[in-house]
Each structure stands twice: as C-alpha cells, then as structure tokens.
Design a protein around this ligand. Structure first.
Ligand code: FAD
Ligand code: SF4
Length: 399
C-alpha cells in the first residue's frame, strides 16, 4: 500500500479509556472510539447519526417495508422461526445456537476469527471482547455479559492480523457502528450474527439491579427477563430464583438502565444478517430472524443440530402496554403478593409468541420515546426512526 492510498483513519488516534465520548452521556461504550476508527464516529455512531435506511439497503439490499406490519416490528427478514438445539450447550444463555453457528463457521474455515465477548478473570459479568480463533475460545464467550460491552474495541486487531473473513457477534448499537465502517476494514467477507438487546446497564448498574432484585446477588451466574413475565436468576448451586416483572422495584431501578439503552430503537438488531433471540418464541425456544442470504447460509450450518417450528402469536398486548406506560412513568411498585397474582393472570391470558415480542417492543419504545422527548428534545425528530414513530403512535402518552 502506498502512502497515497493509506487510509486516513489510521492517522486518527483512539480516545483514551475513560475520556468523554462524542455521544456524551448517550454513549453505549460500543468500542468504536477505542480504535482509530473513531475517525468515522460522526457518521458511524448509533447515537449521533441514526441511519437505518442507508445501512439496511447496504446490508440487505432493501429497507423495511412500512406497509408490512411484521417488518415494522422485526425489520427486514426472509424468514422467522422458533428453534432450539437438540443438545443444548451447557452454560449457554439459552440453548447455544449463537455459539454453535460460530463454531461451525470456524471449523469449516468460512471465517478466520469471531469477534465475541468473554468475561474477565476477576468478574464473571465483566466484558472482555476478543477475536476467537478456536471453538474453545468461542465457547468461553457463551452466556450474556449483561453489561455494556466494547465489542468493537478489537477492530484494529483485525486489520493488523491481516484477517480477510470474519464473523462478528454483537448487539444493535455495536452492529450499527460496525456496518458504517464495514468497507474500511479491508475484509473479503463479513458475517454478522446479532442478538436482540434491551435495558442494558453499566457494570455498576448491573450490581444495583442484582442487589435490589435477587435474594443472593453474589451467586447469580445468569439471568433473563423471560416470556412468563418473570426474571429467572440462575445461581451457582444450580437453583433458579423467580421474580415477577410487576414486583420489580421500579422506583429504585428507574435510573439503572444506561441512557444509551433508554434512547435505543434497535431492539431487534436490524442490521445483522441473522438474529438469534427468544422473545418471539414459545417458552424454552429461541427465536430466529433470517434477514438476508448471508444469514440463511449461516443458519443452514446448524440445521441438523436444531429442532424448529413455525412462529406463533396469541393474545392482545395493547391494553397491557397502555397500562404499563403511566405505571413505569410514576415508578409504581406493586406489593409482592399482587405482583405474583398479576404475573399468574397475565401468563394465562397474556400475549404469547410474536405478540409477546410486540408487547416488549411497544413497552420499551414508548418508554424510550418519552425519555428522548424529555431529555433530548432536540434529537427527537432525527433520532427516532419512522418505524418506531408508528409503533409509539398507537398509544396515548403522558406529556
Ligand atoms: P450463547 O451461545 O450463550 O452466546 C451468547 C453470545 O452473546 C456470545 O457469543 C457473546 O459473545 C455474546 N454476548 C454476550 N454478552 C454480550 C454483550 N453484552 N454485548 C454483545 N454481545 C454479547 N433476546 C431477546 O429475545 N429479547 C431480549 O430482550 C434480549 N435482551 C438481551 C440483552 C442483552 C444485554 C444481551 C447480550 C442479549 C439479549 N437477548 C435478548 C439475546 C438472548 O438473551 C441470547 O443472547 C440469545 O438468544 C442467544 O442465546 P444463545 O444461547 O444462542 O447464546
Ligand atoms: Fe463512540 Fe460507540 Fe460511544 Fe458512539 S456509542 S460515542 S461510537 S464508543
């Protein structure tokens, strides 16, 4: 490479750890600014320049069809299904479909490395992004690190290593920035495997959540906000603790979520090739969205390791969402007996499958819309995408 075509970004300098980021308090610590790709931050950052349409077109060859209700909610996709591994991976967040796909891609030589996040030696939830080159290193990254994680901080290593084929696993804000700099990475092929993401927290915020919600915060190895309207905590001794959503201490927890996550409208990871979550699937199953041909190629690798079934949808979320808006706004916490009762009733008659996913999207988008409107009114128009405005527009919001 001559000095003439030497990429300009290599002259940029990563920002110092702990220094204020260009997105200020909205920064989700995606890791981009920890590299010389900070050069592109004004265009690439999900919280400075929301650009779903441009990046959807670049990634999938199409933008969301706003006349198709499923695309308004779940983004561009060719196929949706529920799936679970026939032999779940021990210690994975769900059944380990994400880790299994990454392992297959390495084993078959489709990629030379996988960007994923392991944990630090001292802290099981402390995020440590790596480029995994072996199945063992991918397995060591299984299970959610339920904190903001600077996954893109390893991007400089990709160029330095000379890698040409790469898989990146990540959540929406990381993937938005990645897509914006994709062409600068010097790769022949990039695969993107995403998970949905919502209500993330800093490491300190996570501690506050565990301390306020679990009876034994220090022994929690895993948790998930499940489709049965309960938080499931798994402890070191293998026991499971269940806490109903409606019994959460909303007042205490109101400020626990990161400002980035309070202003995010990319719950479903719109720009990944393939998305693996759980919320659109029946309890115990994972939920898969194939967004494009690359995503299909990735899913096909594990077809013989998974059972699948069509997605289903049951119930009507609208009244429950409308009621949750002022309750959250005022920080109402129900007494535990009432929360448990409400949880049981809602589980029996409440939304299931895709309707549960819509329930969760509606509740979070209405909350986040109010947050942006109040905290960053100058950003409201450009930051909230059209699909989210349509979703929020179905509800009556307080001023
Ligand atoms: P595993 O095989 O256990 O692999 C998990 C992968 O996640 C690993 O490769 C790891 O690199 C990656 N990872 C872990 N932590 C992070 C992180 N902080 N940032 C980026 N990547 C990470 N799904 C829903 O349907 N609804 C939700 O509301 C929802 N919220 C989520 C919130 C967070 C913070 C995260 C990280 C995920 C969330 N998911 C959600 C996805 C879901 O919990 C599972 O991660 C997904 O179904 C994959 O399960 P698995 O067993 O296949 O993953
Ligand atoms: Fe930089 Fe990422 Fe923070 Fe935006 S979210 S300021 S790109 S580290």
């Amino acid at each position: 490479m001559t000095s003439v075509d030497f990429p300009k970004h290599k002259k940029a300098k990563a920002l110092k750890p702990g220094s204020r980021r260009p997105a200020k308090e909205l920064c989700s610590e995606c890791g981009l600014c920890d590299t010389y790709y900070v050069h592109y931050v004004k265009e690439a950052c999900a919280f400075i320049n929301q650009q779903f349409e441009t990046l959807e077109l670049q990634s999938h060859g199409a933008t969301r069809n706003l006349d198709n209700p499923d695309e308004v909610y779940f983004g561009v996709h060719q196929e949706m299904m529920a799936a679970r591994k026939q032999q779940p991976i021990e210690g994975a967040q769900w059944t380990g479909i994400v880790s299994s796909i990454a392992i297959e891609m390495l084993n078959r030589g489709m990629v030379e490395g996988v960007v994923c996040v392991q944990n630090t030696k001292e802290d099981r939830f402390g995020p440590m992004p790596v480029i995994a080159r072996t199945p063992e290193e991918v397995l060591a990254a299984r299970v959610n690190k339920p904190t903001l994680s600077p996954n893109l901080s390893v991007l400089e290593q990709i160029e330095q290593s000379g890698m040409k084929r790469l898989l990146v696993i990540g959540v929406g804000c990381q993937i938005q920035a990645l897509r914006a700099v994709e062409k600068q990475l010097g790769l022949e092929k990039l695969y993107v495997l995403g998970t949905p993401c919502v209500d993330n927290v800093t490491r300190a915020g996570l501690q506050k959540f565990l301390d306020t919600t679990s009876k034994s915060p220090d022994t929690v190895v895993y948790y998930e906000f499940m489709q049965d309207f309960r938080v499931h905590f798994k402890h070191e001794d293998g026991s499971t603790e269940l806490v109903p959503f409606f019994g959460l201490n909303t007042k205490e927890l109101k400020d626990v979520f990161a400002p980035s996550c309070m202003s995010c409208f990319d719950y479903v990871n719109s720009l990944a090739d393939l998305v693996v979550g759980y919320m659109g699937a029946p309890f115990g199953w994972q939920w898969i969205l194939v967004r494009n041909d690359t995503g299909k190629e990735m899913l096909d690798l594990v077809k013989d390791q998974i059972d699948t079934q069509p997605v289903m949808s049951q119930g009507d979320r609208k009244a429950a969402v409308q009621q949750s808006i002022p309750a959250y706004d005022k920080g109402v916490t129900l007494p535990m007996w009432a929360a448990k009762l409400m949880g049981v009733v809602i589980e029996k008659i409440g939304p299931k499958g895709l309707e549960y996913a819509r329930f969760s999207i509606d509740s979070h988008f209405t909350r986040n819309y109010l947050y942006v409107k109040r905290q960053h009114p100058e950003k409201l128009e450009a930051h909230v995408p059209e699909f989210a405005k349509r979703i929020v527009g179905q509800y009556k919001l307080p001023e």
